[in-house]
Design a protein around this ligand. Structure first.
Ligand code: SAH
Ligand code: DHB
Ligand code: MG
Length: 224
């Protein structure tokens, strides 16, 4: 059951999306196709997706690495902000999710600039390193217990000035529970500890409310 406050967050999100964003049939298709294929509703919201798109545009990102594709909703949002010649590699462990994402991304017309890498991210990330792939923008949004490893990998594959964003770092406020037995919370907490200690990155976090509930993003910049 949603509380009155949660309902309000949802209605305000709808208001903002309607006011500020054009109808996007490709994004509508993602949600419909995901639902048909029983993908979980873990996509970023429309306004969060537009926020990602704007960050991609504002940083003039050319090479994006996403960890956690699901149906490609966030992938498509970021692809909309890419300038000509830009590329996205997105990592997904579930063949069913990857297949649905492939359909959604093709339908959106971004199959030329997006490549989906199927497999457990901790197994596909070393392949990217072997291929000497570097990225200027990262979106970390997969299994939260592995966030510390994903941060380590992002820092390996980054350049000075690269941007690192992570989703779901507040989780209804649970992030402050140091005694949490939820491995996702512990993963986020260790990730936060690393951000505070690592000299290579400068970061902050923003709490969010909306149709996805109460959560937050980390946003970081690789120094230099
Ligand atoms: N970024 C998406 C949502 C991702 S949901 C969006 O906003 O639209 C998280 C995804 O990460 C799921 O599809 C899940 O299958 C995938 N995932 C979970 N563990 C993973 C792993 N170890 N490696 C790669 N992908 C993983
Ligand atoms: C979950 C994962 C997400 O990436 C998200 O945005 C929301 C929820 C989850 O695993 O519960
Ligand atoms: Mg997420």
């Amino acid at each position: 059951m949603k509380t009155m406050e949660e309902k309000k967050w949802h209605v305000v999100d709808s208001y903002l999306a309607q006011q500020l964003h054009q109808e996007d049939l490709a994004l509508d298709y993602v949600l419909e196709n995901n639902r048909k294929n029983n993908l979980p509703p873990f996509d970023v919201s429309r306004t969060q997706g537009e926020f990602l798109r704007l960050l991609v545009q504002m940083t003039n990102a050319k090479r994006i690495l996403e960890i956690g594709t699901l149906g490609g909703y966030s992938t498509i949002c970021m692809a909309k902000g890419l300038s000509k010649g830009g590329k996205i590699i997105t990592l997904e462990a579930s063949p069913a999710h990857a297949s649905c994402a492939n359909d959604n991304i093709t339908n959106a017309g971004f199959d030329q600039c997006v490549s989906i890498q199927l497999g457990m991210a901790l197994e596909t990330l070393p392949l990217l390193q072997q291929q000497n792939e570097l990225f200027d923008f990262f979106f970390i949004d997969a299994d939260k217990p592995n966030n510390p490893y994903y941060l380590e990998w992002a820092l390996k594959l980054a350049e000075p000035g690269s941007v690192i964003i992570a989703d779901n770092v507040v989780r209804n406020g649970e992030v402050i529970d140091r005694h949490s037995t939820d491995p996702r919370i512990q993963g986020i907490r260790t990730f936060m500890d690393m951000l505070s200690q690592d000299e290579r990155i400068d970061s902050t976090a923003i709490q969010t409310v909306g149709e996805k509930g109460y959560d937050g993003f980390v946003i970081g910049r690789v120094k230099g």
